[in-house]
Write a new protein. Sequence first.
Length: 197
Amino acid sequence: MFIVFEGIDGSGKTTQAEILSRKLTSLGIPNIWTREPSDGLIGQNLRKLETRLAPEEESRLFLEDRLDHVKKVIDPAIKNHEHVICDRYYHSSAAYQGSRGLNPNDILRENSSRVPIPDIVFLIEISVSTALFRIGKCRPEGFSVFEKAAELEKVAAIYKTFDDSSIRRINGEKRSSELSLEILEHLKNLGLKICCC
Ligand code: TYD
């Protein structure tokens, strides 16, 4: 199964992705945890960016990173019958580069025609004020260029518009342990053989 976690910065998606991966591993279910921007060369450069590029250029680089990530990490794991748990994927491009004026639907259309489509996308929703509080509290280095309030509002507004059948909206204001159980329930309903204990 190809499982993606999405949400604005500070939503807790990375925590949930890691909890899920550990849970599956503890149950002997083969899986990999991975993320975008990826750990490949383009992804590493994207993470180091200190100024914003033109939206078109950003969009192009995130897609290039994704193609590389799919080729080197996601496809091989799928072929190896491992579940793939990915922290951010093409809905991030639609939401973040869309927040800079590009058409989110065009980004979704182009990406989904070029890379594997996830079986399920957990979209963890929190308010921007919660996000800013968490980002400020958890990351001593402060906000990245991507993490400004006005921009997060725009990003969150685009995330709200997504309605593909793979999307499952999760209330990220709840306790982390509740979220993990809810996520496992969704996966069981999709046919993943796990015991929720
Ligand atoms: P993030 O998951 O927040 O990484 P970290 O927790 O290590 O800071 O991703 C970094 C930023 O990249 C985030 O603010 C969103 C942005 N991003 C895009 O703008 N477009 C994309 O396609 C992806 C994958 C990420």
